[in-house]
Design a binder for this molecule. Sequence first.
Ligand SMILES: NC(=O)c1ccc[n+]([C@@H]2O[C@H](COP(=O)([O-])OP(=O)(O)OC[C@H]3O[C@@H](n4cnc5c(N)ncnc54)[C@H](OP(=O)(O)O)[C@@H]3O)[C@@H](O)[C@H]2O)c1
Length: 394
Amino acid sequence: MQLAPAPQTAPKRLSILGATGSIGCSTLALVQEHPEQFCIEALTAQDNVDKLIEQAVTFRPALAVIGNEAHYQTLKDALSPYGITCAAGAEAICEAAQRPVDTVMMAIVGAVSLRPTFCAIEAGSSIAFASKECLVCAGELMMEACRKSGATLLPVDSEHNAIFQVFDFEQPDAIEKITLTASGGPFRSWTAEAMAKATPEQAVAHPNWSMGAKISVDSATMMNKALEVIEAYHLFPLRSEQIEVVVHPESIIHSFVHYRDGSVLAQLGMPDMRIPIAHTLSWPQRMKTQNPALSLTEMGALTFEAPDAERFPALRIVRDVLAAKPGAAIAFNAANEVAVEAFLAGTLPFGRIAPLVEAILPHYLDKSVSSLDEVVYLNDQARQEAKQHIHSSS
Ligand SMILES: NC(=O)c1ccc[n+]([C@@H]2O[C@H](COP(=O)([O-])OP(=O)(O)OC[C@H]3O[C@@H](n4cnc5c(N)ncnc54)[C@H](OP(=O)(O)O)[C@@H]3O)[C@@H](O)[C@H]2O)c1
């Protein structure tokens, strides 16, 4: 029998990158429940300087960083009286990621998380990892960098966190497949015609989860689940065909691992990101939280259905991406990021998000990458191409 690790007594030093976002705020809510267990080293944001100031005054990090340099003076004026060091710019965010801590919460949205993530990996930290776009773009390089530095990636995404909790890493050959569950998003029962005209307000109104705008739109297109298939492919020793998706509208079972003896293990919980975040913050222990408890009798029935790859083409396209060279995943993600930004800005209809991604992809199917710089270069190139495509077809 394996003995449980000794409980940690000293507070954990924690840096939160993307502190002002949905995941960042949920992380700080857990810290606030147990201030004696954590000591905040660094908080970062991009534009929301008011929220960053409010968080810094409450949690007193050693360092606060704002990505947008135009807000530096505001940040400094507000936080200097508290003795908090302030910095600004993308380079300063990377420096925050490199600070020696017990855990980095990586919650910056999009491929802009690439450089800070690699900095945190090189520092050998334990990384509570939410920024899925980074794994999608640079999965192989990231996992290799973790092996070299000894950094641990603890998946925050509820599905991958669920699998992490029930996956027998000592016997990967005993695993037949995994099933990622998907809520189906706000348009699960909409027709393709109705979806084509959906507004940003309708797309971000997720039935179960409260999340940032970008991931909410990704849930509506089911691009989120496609990105998660790639994320799972890199996090767990599995082939593409061993990763399946099932729609589970109640979002109670967060994923399944199927073993070759017929056993199927799953992790359950209410649809609240504070649950997987708490798991990553306290790993390998378990922290007491005020997170909502699951009542099976109140829940009643749990239902499942096959996903519809006709109405949600991202689920079909992702299989071509996984069969191609790594450049395909970079373009898949980059084109989607540009499409979602345009959709939220009202310049691209919902129904054109997936076709745009599919139009950009063919140029990247045979592109290999061997360094982070090459990933960043291809990401920039695919973003440019996607923007031109929107411009020329509008
Ligand atoms: N929300 C969820 O429930 C959930 C669940 C699973 C996985 N995830 C993943 O977690 C990540 C964060 O999602 P979220 O929903 O928390 O996003 P969000 O609410 O949009 O927050 C994004 C955070 O990133 C910062 N940021 C934006 N652009 C940046 C840039 N160029 N450089 C540095 N920082 C930047 C934002 O700062 P400002 O506030 O100053 O703009 C904010 O702190 C995403 O990859 C998402 O897919 C989220």
